[in-house]
Design a protein around this ligand. Structure first.
Ligand code: ADP
Length: 281
């Protein structure tokens, strides 16, 4: 039950204007669901043709591969064909990522039931993230340093939490110069665990900082970098934090690096629910 619905019921549905407001809430929920389902269906349908484009581009690249030393050079036409095939591969990979992230976002927004919360070891999450981000980090000559307290546990979905932290680390790497350091820190704080990802990268202007968690929002400095970004990564992180009863914060200086911090409760969600004033309504 949404908080507004609970509130209206508490006020008594007898009054006409209250009933109208309640109907509006129901209607806007229905519209949100229709929109979410539509995005999920379209994204799903796009996956197959995008996969086919990727395979075709790969086949073209294989077929036009230079034969090697001592063999005749490729004709000009074939060199051009290879260049186009590389572009098709690059763009279709980017499109594939966009579709995958859109699907992920609609899932997080409730298009599918959320998995039951389980205890998740923060150590495991960080190890998984290092695995996923290692190639990109070393290609950009960025040192990823880990400083994680032992034995930290949060409750939720291990795969969602790994996705959230991986998105933060990918960004930290993508928006930093070569030979810099990205630091992942995890600490216990009151009844929370904080997982912070700090970089020495390009930073974020104060005018952008409030908007970067919006879907598709990218700061100007980011647009000009060839990161292959979709503008959905932080929206995904924000949803995952919210689904875990936590939040994500950022502090950044333009040109001076950024720190993104996930704050997650250490108590199981049913425990947290019991402490909320609306529990039992
Ligand atoms: P993208 O796919 O563009 O990286 P995100 O949603 O992950 O999308 O991030 C949104 C925007 O926030 C980025 O385009 C960039 O402008 C900014 N941003 C995110 N992380 C960082 C970072 N570590 N340093 C600088 N800018 C960042």
């Amino acid at each position: 039950v949404n908080p507004l619905g609970v509130h209206l019921r508490a006020m008594g549905l007898g009054a006409g204007y209250v009933a109208v407001e309640a109907a509006d809430v129901t209607e806007s929920h229905r519209l949100a669901r229709v929109r979410r389902d539509f995005v999920a269906n379209v994204s799903h349908e796009l996956k197959t043709p995008i996969g086919a484009l990727q395979l075709l581009a790969e086949a073209l690249l294989d077929a036009t591969e230079p034969a090697g030393q001592g063999q005749p050079d490729l004709s000009e036409d074939l060199v051009a064909a290879r260049r186009f095939a590389e572009r098709i591969q690059h763009e279709s990979t980017r499109l594939g990522r966009l579709v995958q992230e859109l699907l992920e976002l609609t899932r997080l927004q409730g298009a599918e039931p959320q998995p039951a919360p389980e205890p998740v070891a923060v150590d495991w999450v960080v190890a998984e993230v290092l695995d996923r981000t290692r190639t990109n980090a070393s290609a950009r000559r960025i040192d990823v340093v880990v400083d994680v307290d032992r034995g930290l546990t949060v409750y939720g979905s291990d795969s969602q939490l790994a996705t959230a932290v991986a998105n933060l680390v990918e960004n930290a790497v993508n928006y930093s110069g070569e030979d810099t350091t990205v630091r992942i820190t995890a600490r216990a704080e009151d009844e929370h665990v904080t997982i912070a990802v700090a970089d020495q990268g390009i930073g974020i202007a104060p005018t952008d900082v409030d908007r970067i968690f919006e879907r598709f929002y990218r700061a100007d400095q980011a647009r000009s970098r060839a990161t292959g970004g979709t503008g959905l990564g932080l929206a995904i992180v924000k949803h995952i934090a919210g689904n875990h009863g936590g939040r994500v914060e950022v502090s950044s200086t333009l040109g001076g690096g950024s720190t993104f911090t996930l704050r997650l409760p250490t108590r199981p969600p049913e425990d947290l629910l019991a402490t909320l004033p609306s529990a039992g309504i």
